[in-house]
Design a binder for this molecule. Structure first.
Ligand code: GCO
Length: 486
């Protein structure tokens, strides 16, 4: 493991490679709103967020950032940040309200206007085809636990590619399939809210299959397009040698359960059996489809995980038992600062993740950080500004880790900050703000934060200035110290 200084700001600016792509990321259900507009169908997140007790504060994505009606102004905002790319997702229920069959032309028209608007501003669209908003009518037929959904996804992917595939976009088939299977089907904290191991294991395979089938269709429509998938990947670190095996199992179940099929065409043998798809669900040819060549792998990195062995009856601060694994404890070392989500802040985790994945990806497969960011307790101060210096420090530290990875040979072609706007943070509702741009959800007013100004400097100059220059010595020291955590 490579260690860096507190934030890597050893007094000099770090230049990124020519052509490095600087972007910001978002997703349809988290920003669009307009859930009943122009023929949009119902998604599992509409159903879930309207189910009492599922989302904090009873929040829903009904309005969110009203991006559906404000896209043009927001595209100007993105251009003003000097970004070269914008990652958004297409809402399947806007394109096919029933998830199959009839296409909703106003939905297609919206995304057509979006990609044309981006291109007109010299901004590359990075299109995620699936960011969790499955049409409810497909969930009513079993959703991802039903193999047929994978075929429906491939049909939908082809429809979108045929409609807006002419703009030189990057295409991401699926965002974080592990979260879909685990939180949506195994533990029920995300839509559709199942708590069933068998459904989750089936969903795991059908998401892998959906990626492979969609790749095939996208290649047939856009032979020259850059295609990939986005996985949430993080180091699982053992505290003490005795925890190494536990960390290996957790890495298999959290990371490799999708990384291995996509890169190697197999499931990780060190995952526990009940988490792996049953052999009966894996038809001949499925895994070859899944491991078809991709032009890039999107990595979403936020925070490392740590595990130790111990007595569940004697848990320390910030420690939780790992479900189903007696004696294994998820823990958070005191020396690391936290975000307002309680997530550990460790830029080295991004470096280690990038180096690990680069060592396994096929030659010619580039990497992008398709999400990295932090929630912070943002507020508008008396002079109308949002001085989110913790986010500036988080961003600086992780950009330095990305820069180090590039110096060490990782083919990292771009970075997307999560997220452009404060937005609907799934089961947290609007309580967690990740954005570069503050959103007043009562008025929809947008206020670029201090981090937006910092990120604009990085994007426009393609370099990372020393943190002390950005924040000043005192604030830099405070922002990167464990004591600085909330
Ligand atoms: C994810 C999702 C995003 C989240 C972000 C913050 O990575 O979980 O892609 O939609 O909002 O990560 O949790």
């Amino acid at each position: 493991m490579t260690t860096t200084g507190a934030d890597g700001s050893a007094g000099v600016a770090r230049a990124f490679p020519d052509g490095f792509l600087w972007g910001a990321a978002s997703s349809a259900y988290q920003i669009e709103g307009a859930v009943h507009a122009d023929g949009r169908g119902t998604s599992v997140w509409d159903t879930f967020s309207h189910t009492r007790g599922k989302v904090r504060g009873g929040d829903t994505g009904d309005i969110a950032c009203d991006f559906y009606h404000r896209a043009d102004d927001d595209l100007d905002l993105i251009a003003g940040l000097g970004l070269g790319a914008f990652r958004f997702s297409v809402a399947w229920p806007r394109v096919q309200p029933a998830g199959r069959g009839a296409v909703n032309q106003p939905g297609i028209d919206f995304y057509r206007s979006l990609v044309d608007g981006l291109r007109a501003r010299n901004i590359t669209p990075a299109i995620t085809l699936y960011h969790w908003d499955l049409p409810q009518s497909l969930e009513d037929l079993g959703g991802w636990s039903n193999r047929d959904t994978a075929q429906r996804f491939a049909d939908y992917a082809q429809i979108v590619a045929e409609a807006i595939g002419d703009v030189g976009a990057m295409w991401i088939t699926i965002n974080e399939p592990q979260v879909v299977a685990h939180q949506g089907y195994r533990i029920g904290t995300h839509a559709p809210g199942h708590t069933d191991d068998a459904l989750a294991a089936a969903a795991t395979h059908h998401l892998v299959l959906a990626h492979g089938l969609a790749l095939e269709r996208l290649r047939s429509v856009m032979p020259a397009a850059r295609l990939g998938i986005t996985l949430d990947i993080h180091p699982v670190r053992a505290i003490g040698e005795e925890a190494e095996e536990a960390a290996k199992v957790a890495d298999a179940e959290q990371n490799r359960i999708f990384l291995d099929p996509v890169l190697h065409g197999s499931y990780p043998s060190s995952a526990r059996e009940h988490l792996l798809p049953p052999a009966a669900l894996i038809h001949e040819g499925d895994m070859e489809l899944a491991r078809a060549p991709i032009d890039f792998l999107g990595i979403n990195y936020y925070t490392p995980h740590y595990v130790r062995l111990g007595d569940w009856a004697q848990l320390g601060r910030d420690e939780t038992p790992v479900a189903g694994r007696p004696g294994v404890i998820a823990c958070k070392p005191d020396h690391l600062p936290r975000t307002s989500m309680g997530w550990l802040i460790e830029p080295d985790g991004l470096y280690d993740t990038l180096v690990t994945v680069a060592g396994e990806a096929a030659p010619g497969c580039a990497l992008y950080v398709t999400e990295n960011g932090c929630a912070a307790e943002d507020y508008v101060n008396p002079d109308g500004q949002v001085d989110d210096f913790e986010r500036v420090a988080y961003l600086h530290g992780h950009l330095h880790a990305a820069w180090r990875a590039i110096q060490d040979g990782v083919p990292l072609d771009g970075y997307f900050y999560w997220s452009l706007h404060d937005n609907f943070e799934w089961a947290w509702g609007y309580q967690k703000r990740f954005g570069l741009v503050f959103v007043d959800f009562d008025t929809q007013r947008r206020i670029p934060k201090r981090s937006a100004a910092f990120y604009r400097h990085v994007a426009r100059n393609n370099e990372l200035p020393p943190l002390e220059i950005v924040l000043g010595e005192d604030v830099a020291a405070q922002a990167t110290s464990p004591a600085g955590r909330p």
